[in-house]
Structure formats: C-alpha cells, structure tokens
Ligand binder design. Structure first.
Ligand code: ADP
Ligand code: MG
Length: 236
C-alpha cells in the first residue's frame, strides 16, 4: 500500500452527445516522501489525474485512496477538511489573491486552520524569508515578477507543512533561469520535511528532478520510470 493508490481510474467528460475519454484506465501508487512527476503532452490527461487525486473532481470509475481513505467517496465537506489538513497546491498561474499582500496570501491556509494572527504573521514571514522574499512582505502580486509570485505561492503551499504538495505546470509561465530556481526551491522544501511532491509537466527537463516519472499518453500510463539520484543533491 502506498501513500496514494490509484486503481483502474477512468474519467469521461460528456460534451452534449460526445464523450471525451480524459483517462481510460489508470493504476499506480505513490510512496510517502516520493517526488513524482506526471509527464505527457498537452491533452494527455495529466491535470485531470491531479484534480482527481486532490478530490477536485470525481472519477467516472475506479478508486483513489490517500492514506487508505477513499477520496472518491468523500463529501464536499469531508474533502475540504481533508485538503486543509493534508494538501498544498501550486498552480501555473500562481492563483494569488490580487488585493492581498505577499504576507497575507501566504498566511491564508493558517486562517482556515484557526491559528492566531500573531503566529500566522511570524510563520508567514519565516516562509517568505525561506523563499528569498523577506523584502517583499507588503508587496501585492501585481508588484512582483512571475518568479516572485510563484515563490509566494510556494510559501503558501508549504506553510501548513502538508503531507502532500500538488503542482500543476508550476513553471509553465517562467523563463529557463527562473524555472530552475523555482524547481530547486520546491524540491528542497519537500525533501527537507519528507513531503510527497506530485508535479504535472510536459517538460522533460522538469521530470528529471523526480524520483518517479509517470508517462501519461492519451489517457493511459505508457510507462513508469524510477530515477536514481546521487545522495545529498536536491534532485539534479
Ligand atoms: P493535460 O493536463 O495533460 O493537458 P487535461 O487533463 O487537461 O490534459 O485534459 C485531458 C482531456 O480531457 C483533453 O482532451 C481535454 O480536452 C479533456 N477535458 C479536460 N477537462 C475537461 C472538461 N471539464 N470538460 C470536457 N473535456 C475536458
Ligand atoms: Mg494540464
């Protein structure tokens, strides 16, 4: 049994009379502390798979177990609690709230956990320092570069010390140099606390950071590669 177990998962979208088979029949496991990459071309079904694991969508068929709990059977309320306690997210388009400062954006997950203002501010400041943004606490998203915004969103994803971090094309809007900085940051943070990291990408170079590469093609898993890294390095 892994931390995440996916068994015979199928997802069909209905568009009027037409059926889109986003995932045909998919099975795999992800272990605790593993850095896993879902690699495939656009339209192959990667985001659908990530959304199913995060409980953002329901499968048409099959099982999605996380920590031995059936995600596909949870109610919206159970899912909200599950996500709050176990999961962090990083998105391609950062998804920061435009009216809030970097500090306020990073603090958000702690507000939902009912943590005091004082502790939130202290912890969010530490997180922003850890991502190299201690001089940008009061900046709004529009006052920061794409790379800085993504670092704020990484600080937000990790602030609650979630067991699992999901990232969908986290470097999709960034240049090559910033991509490397952001990938080094995410992987270092996840490895430090033995967190499980699941990244969706179409970029083979990003996939090379991972312990396990799941190749997704036309709604199926084509193959799974286990990558060996030298000890002590952040992944590359
Ligand atoms: P990827 O993330 O690998 O680019 P997606 O998982 O987003 O691929 O999409 C897989 C397939 O499912 C695509 O053909 C896409 O058009 C289709 N699809 C995704 N979401 C929806 C939806 N909400 N309604 C209908 N079709 C969808
Ligand atoms: Mg996608």
């Amino acid at each position: 049994m892994g931390l995440i177990d996916i068994k015979n998962v199928r997802k069909v979208y209905r568009m009027g009379d037409e059926k889109v088979i986003a995932l045909d029949s998919v099975s795999f496991s992800i272990e605790k502390g593993e850095f896993c990459c879902l690699l495939g071309t656009s339209g192959s079904g990667k985001s659908t798979l990530l959304n199913l694991m995060a409980g953002l969508e329901k499968p048409t068929k099959g099982e999605i177990k996380i920590k031995d709990k059936h995600v596909e059977k949870m109610s919206e309320k159970q899912l909200a609690v599950f996500r709050r306690n176990n999961v962090g997210f990083v998105f391609q388009s950062y998804n920061l709230l435009p009216m809030l400062t970097a500090l306020e954006n990073v603090s958000l997950p702690l507000i939902f956990k009912g943590i005091s203002r004082n502790f939130r501010d202290k912890r969010a400041t530490e997180m922003l320092k850890a991502v190299g943004l201690e001089k940008r606490l009061k900046h709004k998203p529009s006052q920061m570069s794409g790379g800085q915004q993504q670092r704020v969103s990484i600080a937000r994803a990790f602030i609650g010390n979630p067991e699992i971090v999901f990232a969908d094309e986290p470097t999709g809007n960034l240049d090559t140099k910033t991509t490397k900085e952001v990938m080094d940051l995410i992987t270092t943070m996840a490895r430090k606390n033995n967190q499980t990291l699941i990244i969706v990408t179409h970029d083979v170079e990003i996939a090379e950071y991972a312990d396990k590469i799941i190749h997704v093609r036309d709604g199926n898993i084509e193959k799974i590669d286990i990558v060996k890294h030298d000890k002590g390095e952040s992944g590359k």
